[in-house]
Design a protein around this ligand. Structure first.
Ligand code: M6R
Length: 615
């Protein structure tokens, strides 16, 4: 759960490394550090606990000699607190080698005992330093960094991406990965390494994904990849679809504000080229067409916001494709011996494509004989690479820790999938397919309208800045939206928030209602079942009677809630299945504005990291 970068070329390494770290800071921000081989061939490192800003200030105050080869790291602590000593890089071979690490080395205690017995000393509490010292020992034995890596990786259990440089081999950065991400950026007379493409996107869009259990070596004008046994692996280049501007904040107060505003585009891009004349056609899934015709069950695995997008999609896929769909948190899924075989399609949903819990669920499913499909936002990420097929969302880079545009893009992609599946299985007539496709195509414009509510929501958030607890209620597809609204508020504003299925209220949660308790209610679209709509209106009356302060998220023109709601936030009228793509937005904006009103950092909430690459 750390960001790592590497550079080798002819320009100064420091600027490249620090620029890459700035873009990767979302992966962890407990501490940061760089190592550079300077022009005299000496290895220098600088590392500081705290955000990247602290390291930058230190380097400005005490400049470090620059060179053309270096590595950099931004940390999310796992082993050892966020101190200067535990920050990366770590040193080996008497300070001549520097190493950075993302992941967890599970057998580091045993390795450390072995090295201590041989007289090696350690200056941190991290598992990573063990890898640095071990690599230093193997370098002394072989005199070659790539060969030393080959010896070390076989000794490590767990998940890791490692990058290292050695002052005796300037102009070379070597990396290895197992279950943690690593991508190469191919430049002109220079090459880059990064946890993801954002690390180098301002310099190049030509990239190579390093595969599972592979070692990569880059020089200024070359790259070579081998597997852990030393066999050469072909280098497969791809072009990154994002541009540098997309990965930047571009004038907004925060990445989150920018990403919320990008939702119309995120959905439009996700739909682009996938609907023709009212029919969804996902050419990227052509290779699994027979699988999609033959499966009897779908299981969606995901975590956090991605899981809520899966919960929304369950309603649509079951309705359109007439297949049972279960949604399960990835970390629960593989520990309960789920019944899986080749009649099951396991769909993983992940913005980053690196969430370890989801990756492990995918691997478990594949081993059990199920088919796997990844719905992912990040090209070259591990989960799509481990899956039999991939449907990319095209939300662009999501940097803020709180997921926003990824959610709407995931729902859009899963809906496309549902319509595609229904067409393949013949469960939906042409007219219904066209209706579904049109419903999706109308979303970008409607999202633009929802964003106009921003000012009112900001006002509401200011009034509620002292609120201690907020409840969210929804029914049918509104239920996962309620859960997502509560998650956003928890993670951003550190306020106790709970989402409930409105029908569950009377089974317990209604006891929480006391005078003044704010409750957001996602009112179902009046275009859908009157029964569902009227039941939620009754729920509103029940909580209002007990003193709740009701904030209704309701479709334009729905006057039924007016007598019972203290506030009504309007979203454009849409068919019920499409409403979550709209009603989630006010909840995102509310959480962001409330956090801002409390003076909190909305892009990097405490204790969290963007991509959770540990189990
Ligand atoms: O990268 P992923 O979509 O797999 O991430 C899954 C969750 O960790 C993520 O959605 C998390 O819940 C967000 N912080 C929510 O805003």
């Amino acid at each position: 759960m750390c960001g790592i970068v590497g550079y080798v070329g002819s320009r100064g390494a420091q600027d490249n490394l620090l620029g890459g770290l700035r873009r990767l800071e979302y992966r962890g921000y407990d501490s940061a550090g760089i190592a550079v081989i300077d022009e005299h061939g000496t290895l220098d490192i600088r590392k500081k606990s705290g955000k990247l800003r602290v390291l930058l200030e230190d380097l400005a105050a005490h400049p470090m000699a620059d060179g053309a080869t270096g590595i950099g790291h931004t940390r999310w602590a796992t082993h050892g607190g966020p101190t200067d000593a535990n920050a990366h890089p770590h040193l080996g071979d008497d300070g001549k080698l520097a190493l950075i690490h993302n992941g967890i080395i599970e057998n580091f205690f045993a390795l450390k005992d072995e090295l201590v017995a041989e007289g090696y000393e350690f200056s941190s509490d991290t598992d990573s330093e063990v890898a640095a010292v071990l690599l230093g020992r193997e370098y002394r034995a072989t005199g070659d960094l790539v060969e030393a890596f080959g010896r070390v990786v076989g000794r490590l259990n767990g998940a890791f991406t490692l990058l290292a440089i050695h002052q005796e081999q300037p102009g070379l950065v070597v990396g290895a990965r197992r279950n943690s991400p690593l991508v190469v950026g191919l430049g002109n007379g220079e090459n880059f390494l990064g946890s993801d493409v954002a690390a180098f996107i301002e310099h190049t869009r030509r990239a190579v994904a390093v595969g599972h259990d592979q070692i990569v070596a880059i020089t200024a004008d070359g790259i070579s990849i081998t597997d852990f046994s030393g066999a050469m692996v072909p280098v497969e280049e791809f072009e990154v679809a994002w541009d540098a501007e997309a990965a930047d904040k571009g004038g907004w107060s925060s990445f989150m504000a920018k990403e919320i505003s990008e939702q119309p585009e995120a959905v439009a891009n996700t739909l682009a080229g996938r609907i023709t004349a009212g029919r969804v056609d996902l050419t990227e899934l052509a290779g699994i067409a027979d699988v999609l015709r033959s499966i009897t069950r779908i299981v969606i695995v995901a975590c956090g916001t991605a899981a809520y997008s899966g919960m929304v999609a369950k309603y649509a896929i079951e309705k359109w494709a007439k297949l049972p769909v279960e949604v399960e948190l990835s970390h629960e899924f593989r520990y309960r011996e789920p019944v899986l075989d080749s009649s099951v399609l396991v769909i993983s949903v992940s913005q980053s494509g690196e969430t370890m819990d989801t990756l492990m669920a995918v691997k478990y499913a594949a081993e059990a004989g199920a088919h796997t499909l990844s719905v992912c936002n990040t090209q070259g990420a591990t989960i799509p690479r481990e899956s039999s097929a991939v449907l990319y969302t095209r939300a662009g880079p999501e940097v803020a820790v709180a997921s926003t545009k990824a959610f709407v893009a995931q729902v859009a992609a899963l809906y496309l999938f549902g319509l595609h599946l229904a067409a393949l299985r013949g469960t939906l007539g042409d007219a219904e397919q066209a209706e579904g496709a049109a419903g999706l195509q109308a979303i970008p414009e409607k999202l633009t309208e929802v964003l106009l509510e921003g000012e009112r929501i900001e006002q509401l958030a200011h009034w509620m800045a002292d609120t201690r607890a907020v409840l969210f209620l929804g029914r049918h597809v509104g239920y996962p939206v309620a859960l997502e609204g509560a998650l956003k508020l928890k993670e951003l504003a550190y306020i106790h928030a709970e989402g409930f299925a409105a029908g569950e209220l009377k089974h317990g949660p209604i006891a929480l209602i006391e005078p003044g308790q704010p409750v957001f209610v996602i009112v179902p679209s009046p275009l859908g079942s009157e029964l569902i709509h009227s039941k939620v209106v009754s729920n509103i009356q029940e909580i209002r009677a007990r003193g709740a302060r009701v904030i209704a998220i309701a479709a334009a023109g729905d006057v039924s809630v007016l007598p019972f709601a203290d506030e009504v936030i309007r979203v454009p009228l849409a068919e019920p299945l499409f409403e979550p793509l709209l009603s989630v937005v006010p909840l995102q904006m509310f959480a962001m504005r409330l956090a801002e009103a409390k003076g909190l950092d909305v892009d990097q909430p405490r204790n969290l990291a963007k991509s959770v690459t540990v189990e």
